[in-house]
Design a protein around this ligand. Structure first.
Ligand code: GLN
Length: 555
């Protein structure tokens, strides 16, 4: 039988690509700008996804010291990535897969593996074009998986750096192949030097020229500056950087990063992009939920004071809060949801080592110990945990913060003088926190990169517990990043002394949540996972909300 070939009227989707590159200097919010562009395009009814290209040789962000690189953001599928991936997820309110993140190292790794596999069929494999081609292959793959109308691709670093040149070449190749499908946004910076008092465009002109010398021209210049960019400066930039004046978008410093999508729309950025790339945009932008969130964040009734005890805050004379960015944002979302203004104070655990400053903790409504690694700062954290447990100050421990809460309990309540975590002292006689068996092997073989227990795993919750009540469900999926666990040998003893393990892996082996009875402490909860990675502006995380609520109520 001959069957007629089915014809379909549906046009194949033509995905469009918007590259975001940095000019002048780093640290002016390229990640937030990319997230905001993605957000306003989503507001125009498009399916949007975002990609980050990091130019360093590390295969992922998991092997870098946080004081150098900021937070390591773990995706649902376990890839350890740059904190900008967190910004994309938070702004777009979607989970993003690992294929949307790449580094120079990961690209070389695939190209070399393919070469070893005779994948290039005997030809000469070259830095150009094979490295950019692999980047392009990944970009298109990510677009297909997301079924995206438009893909935002942020290239780390600033134009002119050796590191990013191969990715600029990828842009050039894509743009010369399909010019109508590729747009380039350069996020620049216009300083207003105090001595002059005038906004200067020259650094932007130089950055544009540097970009042009690689064969790439910006379509849009996003002009970051301390204040709004006036028409005169816009005209100057347009003239010297080869862009239309309406494509110079003013992006002044704002009170909150969440204002930025709304601000970019004041200069009609989504209209510009939709027109430039012939995107199938809805006529009107719908950012109503976002607007509600922003207005809620500015109309808070009361404050809640939270201390975050970390060890990665200081960098020379400067304080870095980027390392805990997801934690800080998660605190904000839950506070806003409760109509509260969070006052977050960063305290270094090193300042508590001698126990002198502990009384200062009374100033706070809640204390949070985030994730961490290694020995430094541990003594101080244990002292803080003991203090807040005894003084009934609401406590929330994340990952290391949970492990140390269990350790503190073993030391001071179970009176185990020699208790420790295997991470610090493998010879201690009472390893209340031990290494997970499969992790032991990996460490012995020096397989360190990307080998922790990473990504999403389920936890079964105990009915009626603080966690059970917060989540309002029996099972949750949370993201992880750890090598150590509560040692199963001590679980019974801990439970008999009052610790409630209110979340466990489905096989009951791994302790995912610990808490102290609500009758004895207003809120003392530790989680082995990283709930902050799933907290979103439009979807605050229930366990953070429970913590903030308890903190506020115990004022
Ligand atoms: N260092 C601990 C572990 O590896 C905790 C990790 C973390 O806090 N992310 O288990």
């Amino acid at each position: 039988m001959v069957t007629k070939k089915k014809t379909t009227n549906r046009k194949k989707k033509q995905t469009k690509y918007i590259f975001v590159v940095g000019g002048v200097m780093s640290g002016v919010g390229k990640g937030i700008a990319s997230s905001s562009i993605a957000k306003i395009l989503k507001g125009r009814g498009l399916i949007v996804t975002a990609i980050k290209i990091d130019p360093y040789v590390n295969v992922d962000a998991g092997t870098m010291n946080p004081t150098e690189h900021g937070e390591c953001f773990v995706l649902k599928d376990g890839l350890e990535t740059d904190q900008d991936m967190g910004n994309y997820e938070r702004f777009l309110n979607i989970d993003i897969p690992g294929i949307n993140y790449m580094t120079t190292g990961s690209i070389y790794q695939s190209v070399i593996a393919k070469e070893r596999n005779l994948g290039y069929e005997g030809r000469n494999v070259q830095v150009v074009p094979d490295i950019p081609l692999e980047a392009i292959r990944r970009i298109k793959n990510a677009a297909a998986v997301a079924e995206a109308d438009v893909v935002l691709i942020e290239v780390g670093g600033t134009v002119g750096e050796y590191e990013s040149i191969l990715f600029i070449e990828a842009i050039r190749m894509m743009k010369s192949e399909t010019p109508r499908d590729v747009g380039v946004v350069m996020v620049s910076y216009l300083p207003v030097p105090g001595s002059v008092g005038e906004m200067k465009t020259k650094p932007t002109q130089h950055a544009a020229r540097t970009l042009n010398s690689s064969g790439v021209f910006a379509d849009i210049i996003l002009a970051r500056a301390p204040v709004p960019v006036d028409l005169k400066r816009k005209e100057k930039i347009a003239k010297f950087c080869n862009v239309r004046v309406e494509n110079v978008i003013s992006a002044p410093d704002v009170e909150s990063i969440y204002d930025i999508p709304l601000n970019l729309e004041k200069d009609h950025l989504s209209d510009r992009l939709c027109e430039m790339l012939s995107l199938p945009c809805s006529k009107k932008s719908d950012l109503s939920e976002w607007r509600k969130f922003v207005s809620k964040s500015k109309n808070t009734k009361d404050t809640v004071k939270i201390a975050v005890i970390g060890k990665y805050f200081s960098s020379g004379d400067f304080v870095l809060s980027d390392v805990y960015i997801s934690v800080l944002e998660a605190i904000k979302y839950s506070s806003y949801k409760l109509g509260l203004k969070p006052e977050i104070t960063y305290l270094s655990s090193l300042d508590f080592t001698d126990g002198k400053n502990l009384k200062d903790l009374k100033k706070y409504d809640g204390v949070l110990v985030p994730g961490g690694f290694g020995k430094s700062g541990i003594e101080g954290k244990l002292k803080v945990i003991e203090y807040v447990r005894k003084n009934k100050i609401p406590y929330f421990g994340i990952c290391y913060g949970m492990q140390l809460a269990v350790l503190e309990f073993a030391k001071n309540v179970l009176k185990k003088k020699n208790a420790s975590t295997e991470e610090i002292d493998a010879t201690a006689t009472e390893l209340v926190i031990g290494i997970m068996p499969d992790q032991k092997e990996k460490i012995a073989q020096k397989k360190m990169g990307g080998t922790m227990r990473l990504g999403q795993y389920p936890a079964v919750l105990k009915k009626g517990s603080i966690a059970g009540k917060a989540y309002k469900t029996d099972e949750v999926l949370e993201r992880h990043r750890h090598r150590y666990e509560v040692n199963p040998e001590y679980i019974m003893e801990l439970e008999n002394a009052g610790v409630i393990f209110s979340g466990k892996s489905p096989d009951g082996r791994l302790m995912e949540i610990m808490e102290l009875p609500i009758e004895t402490h207003p809120f003392f909860v530790g989680v082995q996972f990283h709930p902050e990675l799933q907290a979103r502006p439009l979807n605050p995380h229930p366990i953070f909300t429970a913590f903030i609520k308890a903190a506020y109520e115990s004022k």
